[in-house]
Design a protein around this ligand. Structure first.
Ligand code: HEM
Length: 216
């Protein structure tokens, strides 16, 4: 297990507590987690939707840090964790490979809903926005990769998608982002830190909405 220091350690602690036992099983809970995976039924149409809805979220995160309406957001440009370009390739590949119709995003779908929340928080409350930034990118390198491998073996003829590929060692990229988050949080009051931590729950809720599309 990775051990991190500074404020990110607090963020990680809160996030890990919000995982269900099937998502991040402790010692002795593996059997139940395996059963849950076995009962899980992703579909190609659902997974294509998940990729398209996710792209909306990653594009929004990437645009927000590119615009850097608060100067601290500029620290999160070109982290090497960006996912929207890879997602575009994967979406095009899936549509062609399996003759699937393009996904039309609706305003009340999980991608647009998360995107509007992110824009609002980025404007009004950097600690809350950065909570989502952390959870989305870091969750993807942990549970996200587990899901990717599982889905690929079940319905994508074991194809490894760009969504899960990083140039170079992604762990070093995560370390750099952790250092930047810790540096920004040093300038926050305890109240601001707490508002960031409390936002974790919402991050799970919105990401949960995205993940649910995989089995729809
Ligand atoms: C870490 C699984 C959903 C946020 C992890 C870890 C696992 C995991 C196994 C690594 C635990 C460790 O290092 O000991 C899953 C599964 C999920 C899921 C299977 C869904 C089916 C989520 C969601 C979020 C999230 C929805 C938040 C939006 C995180 C974070 C970490 C983490 C922030 C820490 C990453 C790090 O420190 O590098 N997850 N997770 N996860 N997860 Fe999840």
């Amino acid at each position: 297990m990775y051990l991190c220091a500074g404020f990110v350690e607090e963020m990680r602690f809160v996030a890990m507590k919000l995982h269900t036992r099937d998502q991040a099983p402790k010692e002795g809970q593996q059997e139940s987690a395996e059963k849950a995976w076995k009962a899980w039924e992703p579909t190609r149409v659902g997974y294509l939707r998940f990729l398209a809805e996710s792209k909306e979220v990653y594009e929004t995160l990437e645009n927000i840090v590119a615009e850097a309406s608060f100067p601290e957001y500029a620290r999160f440009q070109n982290t090497g964790l960006e996912r929207s370009a890879g997602l575009s390739e994967d979406i095009a590949w899936m549509q062609q490979e399996y003759s699937l119709a393009p996904v039309q995003l609706s305003e009340d779908g999980p991608g647009r809903a998360y995107s509007s929340l992110l824009k609002e928080l980025a404007r009004d409350c950097p600690p809350k926005f950065l909570c989502h930034f952390y959870n989305v990118y870091f969750a993807h390198t942990a549970g996200g990769r587990m899901i990717g491998t599982k889905v690929a073996s079940m319905i994508l003829d074991s194809r490894e998608l760009q969504f899960y590929k990083y140039e170079g060692d992604f762990r070093a990229k995560l370390d750099e982002v952790r250092a930047q988050l810790n540096a920004v949080a040093e300038g926050w009051t305890r109240e601001e830190k707490d508002s960031c931590l409390e936002e974790t729950q919402k991050s799970f809720k919105y990401s949960g909405g995205l993940l649910r599309t995989i089995t729809e």
